[in-house]
Design a protein around this ligand. Structure first.
Ligand code: ADP
Length: 264
């Protein structure tokens, strides 16, 4: 039996059909996007576990080796002290890693209250610079160049903010060539407090600048990257600063590298 359709009915069917096709397409696209996002997160979590395992294992292996050498060999006092210093640096590295992971976990499950107190930010930045200065440059050169305006007091969570400063300076060192200069500046201007950390390292492409603050995000792929890390540092930095109503910006440093600027 042949059914003859009225032109208005054909129009209706075509209209409904195209709406259906449109909705279907949008659905398929969002599903595709969601699956991709899920897959990416899964990969990032897997890489995170691998890098954390590596970051835990390598200082432990080196501490073990130093202690075994001290135990087995007849070393003079100077050598023993130097080996113990190296062990302490590795322990500090482990401590930083564990602190970062704990803080990130607490921020995630919202159990951390960011207890605030008034404290001297100048003294805090100065002590972190001194600690990282000794850690990183083997040739005893001026690696971190700090210009810290004295007696800058702020109200905030001292523990979380020390993690912010540590993460920024550690990154500046990590993504630069050995002993290349890193500039840290703390100053007051127009009723605000500015903290700048600038390096002359590998720099960050414009399309990556907004993504580096995401949890687990690391620029490049696992196969090509040769720096160690977990992708948690800048996530912590951003979350902590949000809780302090402070802002962070990243821009290109001149002639090369990156400049991170926090405004309190
Ligand atoms: P990671 O543990 O990988 O260093 P972060 O969260 O601290 O994790 O940083 C995220 C990513 O941002 C890094 O993997 C790196 O690609 C990029 N990055 C951060 N700081 C710098 C910097 N100073 N110079 C170049 N790239 C940087």
């Amino acid at each position: 039996m042949l059914v003859k359709l009225q032109p208005t009915r054909i129009g209706m069917i075509l209209g409904e059909g195209s709406i259906f096709a449109f909705v279907f397409l949008i659905g398929a696209l969002s599903l595709h996007k969601a699956i991709n996002k899920e897959r990416k997160l899964h990969d990032q979590k897997k890489n995170f576990l691998l890098s954390v395992t590596h970051e835990l294992k390598s200082p432990l292996a080196s501490i073990k080796l130093y202690l075994q050498t001290i135990q087995k060999r007849d070393l003079d006092k100077k050598q023993v002290v130097s080996f113990i210093d190296k062990c302490l640096l590795d322990i500090e590295r482990l401590d930083d890693l564990v602190e970062n992971m704990l803080l990130a976990a607490k921020i995630e499950n919202q159990s951390y209250t960011f207890p605030k107190e008034q404290f001297n930010l100048s003294a805090l930045v100065d002590s972190i610079v001194n600690r990282l200065q000794i850690n990183k440059c083997d040739f005893n050169q001026q690696l971190i160049n700090a210009e810290i305006e004295p007696k800058i007091e702020i109200t905030g969570d001292k523990f979380a903010l020390s993690s912010v400063v540590t993460n920024l300076i550690e990154n500046a060192v990590k993504y630069s060539k050995p002993c290349e200069e890193v500039a840290v500046k703390l100053f007051r201007k127009d009723n605000s407090v500015f903290l700048q950390v600038a390096d002359n390292g590998i720099g960050i492409a414009d399309n990556e600048k907004s993504r580096i603050f995401d949890k687990f995000y690391r620029v490049g792929s696992e196969d090509t990257r040769n720096t160690k890390g977990t992708g948690l540092g800048l996530f912590i930095v951003k979350q902590v600063l949000d809780k302090h109503k402070a802002t962070i910006q990243v821009r290109d440093n001149k002639p090369s590298g990156s400049l991170f600027e926090i405004v309190f």
